[in-house]
Structures are given as C-alpha cells and as structure tokens.
Design a protein around this ligand. Structure first.
Ligand code: BES
Ligand code: ZN
Ligand code: ZN
Length: 491
C-alpha cells in the first residue's frame, strides 16, 4: 500500500529512508538531508551517479534506522523511466532484505522536461510494480511484498496530489493482473479456465461481460476461431467486456489475441522456446486488464469495449490441416498456409464480429503475433501498424510516457499481394520470407471493412521476459495495460 506523508524527513520514524540524489544539483530542500548528501558526496564511493548507493546508520538528527542515498545521475538527463527503475530497485532490495517499511523522499524539483507530478507518479509506479511477487507455485513463500511504502512530499504537493497514489495503485494493479494471467502455466489456463478467471475479475469490479461458448460460436459461424481451436481438447470462447460511461460519445474497440498455448498446431513448433508459448494470450490479458482498470479509474470520455477470442492451438487428429480452407465470420474464405499463423485467424473473426456489433469509432488490436516483429524490433519494443498516422502517433507517444515502447512500422499496400490464394479469398501465410510482421498486420487490415481508424500492436517481444528487470519479475510483463490506459486518458 502506498501512503503520502508530509512530515519533516528527519522526523520520519521508519526502518529505511530512501533519498534520491542527483549528481549535479540539490534536489532536496531539507537542510539535514542536504548536509548528509554533501558529506556523502565527499566520499569516493558516492557521487550521485546512476547506480551509486550509500547507506548511513544511526544518523544524528534523523529518526529513521537507516538512510539510503541513491544516485540518479545528472538532473538534465533525468527521465520518468530512470525514476521508475530507481524506486523499483530499492523496493526489490527491501523485499530481499526483509525490511518492514520504507519511505522514499520525493525530490523537490519541477523542471520543464519532467514536471513534479510526472516525477512523483514515476516513483510510485516503479515502487508499486516492483512490489509484486508471483510465487503461487512455490510451496515455501520466501519473500513477501512490502506492506507499506510511504512517500514524503511537502504539504502543498501532498494536498495537490492526494488522489494520485490510489490511481497509480489501480493502474499498476492492472499491469500486475495481466502479468499473472500471462505467467500462469497453460495447464492452469485452458481456455475455459482463463475465461472463468477473467469473468471473476470483471464481476469483482462490476464490469459487464458476455461470453460466447463453442455452441454459440458454431451457430454464428466463427469459422476461423473454431478452426484454430479444433485440435485442442479445450473448448474456445469469445469474451466481450465493456466500460460504458454515461455520456461517452465515442467507442474504442480493443481486441486481444488469447491463445492460451501455441504449439503451432499441425505445423508444430520446434522445442526452442516452446514452453514460453503460454504467453500467447498476453494481448487478451492486456485488453481484459485495461477494460477493468479503465472502469476502476472511472475514465469518463469513452466507451471501451474489449473483445477476446480465447483458444488453444494444438496438433491432433481433429486439428485443422495446412492447406485447409475455412470460412471466417464475415464470409471471407481463408486458405490455411500454416497452422502456426493462428493469431491472425482468431483476430480476424473477433474483429469482424465486434465491428458489426459495436460500431466502434477506433479499433486497436494487441497481440503476440509474429516472431518476425522480434527480429525487427527486438524484445523490448512493440510494433505499431496503422492506416491512420494520427492514431499510430498517439500510441507511440503513450509508449514514450509509459516506457512501454512502440515503434511505427509500415503497411505497404502492395505487400498484400503476398497473401493471395489461388483457392480462397486470402491466405494466412505470405509467399515471402521477409516482412512477416508487416504481412500479418496487412492480413488483419483486410478484415477492417469499414473506414475507421485501426491500429495493430505486435507485442511478441515485450509481452514476456526471461530475466527480471528493475521493476518486473521474470515472466509476463503486463505490457499494454499502462500503454493503452495512457492512450485512453489522453484521447
Ligand atoms: N505466437 C506466435 C508468435 C510469437 C513468436 C510470439 C515468438 C512470441 C514469441 C505466432 O502465432 C506464430 O507462431 N507466428 C509465426 C507466423 C508464421 C508461421 C507465418 C511466426 O512468427 O513464426
Ligand atoms: Zn503460432
Ligand atoms: Zn501464436
């Protein structure tokens, strides 16, 4: 839990007082802290450079048991992300050292590039996101999250930003919810189980939810979703959830890929990295958590609809074969060139249906869609593909603010030819080896049959990490929740 407090830092009685320090300028106005920082900087091991740390115990005139000074580097190079990493790191340290409570002193600066609110928000985000431990599958729970994290801030700002801690906790709660869904092993999130879990979370926060089961999907002719699900013992579903503020004038449709395990189907994947394919529902996790978070934050302007096709992609005697032709929801026929290109199939059906039902003003889909996007942008940056440059720019800007980084990629019309089929209307596989992330996006574009802004976010890289970072453990990252919430807040 995050708390705001505005006592004199010297009078804060806690076990650990954390003081961020810049290399070049004073960022604290408290005279006792200033003195302490000055004397620390006289030591060879502490200059306030990034990563510098020095711990003082039993400091005269300071009530805290220990004071940790941490370096932030030069003030003009300070960014929100550096602050997230700073607070994330100290929170993780406190968890491993089993400290009970920590208080972080918020810097007293308000530069043009980084406003006081952004500084404070970033510090809280890093702390909140780092204070998450996914140990559901450990018999012995060795580490515990910190119970209270306090932020020391002057009286005026404490008043001004009094609502911020709860908002940040709600937002980070959304990221953590998505992280846990993604990290859950596939044997515990078969489509039926994942749908139940999403429905339970939605109910908790009064988010209306509708689920189409396999029978209804058959009746309504969701040929592509059913084709992907055919090889699995688990039944597919289509989840729809909604945050509808009273006076909303516009509808944003969010569609998330929900493949609870992607074995590749009959085009079975190789052994390398197969165990990470439990993360192939990260798009659906991000969308579900975003709709819930938007509802909890009570975002007012826009109606937000989340649509999640949830399936498992497995090989079996009942599985769809390469070369099969299927009929998608809208009636368009698809030649299945490769059963491992299943994400675009389920998204095509979900998008066609949602366009018809919800008449949205904007459509954004988010999916762990292609390995090719990882080749293009690496593991930390998502690809954004859009027919609408203004929409793409808004998403990229949200990525800069949240550090859920996005990069706009091209959508060249002529590449559509690569997915021509002699047999059907379109093929789910490109005839070229190159540009796989682009052709996947162009396949989706073919199902946006109305003239509305649409963007596709390929999160194959950043949805999952093998190694922990300053404020995220290994496993699901929850990428997309803070990104899309920021986009929605700044619409
Ligand atoms: N789920 C994968 C994409 C993926 C790969 C996500 C690595 C995360 C990490 C997707 O369904 C897939 O298998 N795509 C194929 C498409 C190909 C068969 C055209 C790919 O990227 O190789
Ligand atoms: Zn696949
Ligand atoms: Zn996949």
């Amino acid at each position: 839990m995050i708390h705001l407090t505005s006592v004199d830092p010297a009078n804060e009685t806690c076990d650990t007082l954390v003081v961020p320090v810049c290399e070049d300028i004073d960022i604290h106005s408290n005279s006792i802290l200033k003195e302490l920082i000055q004397s620390a900087k006289k030591m060879p091991e502490f200059k306030g450079e990034p990563g510098d740390e020095i711990i003082f115990y039993a400091v005269p005139k300071i009530k805290a048991t220990r004071v940790v000074l941490g370096g932030l580097g030069k003030s003009d190079a300070l960014t929100a992300e550096k602050l997230r990493c700073f607070s994330g790191k100290v929170v993780k340290q406190c968890i491993t050292k089993k400290m009970s409570g920590i208080t972080i002193v918020v810097p007293d600066i308000d530069s043009e590039s980084l406003m006081a609110e952004a500084i404070f928000k970033a510090l809280m985000e890093g702390a909140c996101l780092a204070n998450h431990i996914y140990d559901k599958y450990k018999k012995e729970k060795k580490l515990k999250p910190i119970e209270t994290i306090r932020f020391l801030i002057d009286t005026e700002k404490a008043k001004k930003y009094r609502l911020l801690p709860k908002q940040v906790q709600t937002l980070c709660g959304g990221t953590i919810l998505a992280r846990e869904w993604v990290s859950t092993p596939s044997n515990d999130k078969k489509p039926e189980q994942l749908i139940k879990s999403i429905a339970a979370e939605a109910k908790k926060y009064n988010v209306p939810i509708t689920i189409l089961n396999e029978k209804e999907l058959k009746q309504k002719k969701f040929g592509a979703i059913l084709a992907v699900a055919a090889g699995s013992e688990s039944r597919p579903g289509l989840v729809m959830m909604e945050h509808s503020p009273q006076n909303a004038k516009k509808t944003v449709l969010l569609v998330g890929k929900g493949v609870t395990f992607d074995a590749g189907g009959i085009n079975l994947k190789g052994a390398a990295g197969l165990e990470t394919m439990k993360m192939d529902m990260a798009g659906a996790a991000a969308v579900a958590a975003t709709v819930i978070t938007a509802a909890r934050l009570n975002l007012k302007q826009t109606r937000i609809v989340g649509v999640l096709p949830i399936v498992e992609n497995m090989p079996s005697g009942r599985a769809t074969r390469p070369g099969d032709v299927i009929t998608s929801f809208g009636g368009k026929t698809i030649e299945v060139g490769n059963t491992d290109a299943e994400g675009r199939l389920i998204l095509a059906d979900a998008i066609s249906y949602a366009l018809k039902i919800y008449s949205p003003d904007t459509v954004i889909d988010i999916a762990t869609l292609t390995g090719a996007c990882i080749v293009a942008l690496g593991e930390k940056i998502a690809g954004v593909f859009s027919t609408d440059n203004a929409l793409a720019t808004r998403i990229v800007s949200a990525g800069e603010r949240t550090y859920e980084r996005c990069w706009q990629m091209p959508l060249p019309e002529d590449y559509k030819e690569l997915m021509k089929s002699d047999l059907a209307d379109i093929k789910n596989l490109s005839s070229s080896k190159g540009g796989g992330a682009i052709t996947a996006a162009l396949f989706l574009a073919d199902f946006i049959d109305k003239d509305i802004p649409w963007a596709h976010i390929d999160i194959a890289g950043p949805a999952y990490i093998g190694k922990a970072t300053d404020y995220c453990g290994s496993g699901g990252t929850g990428f997309g929740v803070r990104l899309i919430c920021d986009y929605l807040e700044n619409i």
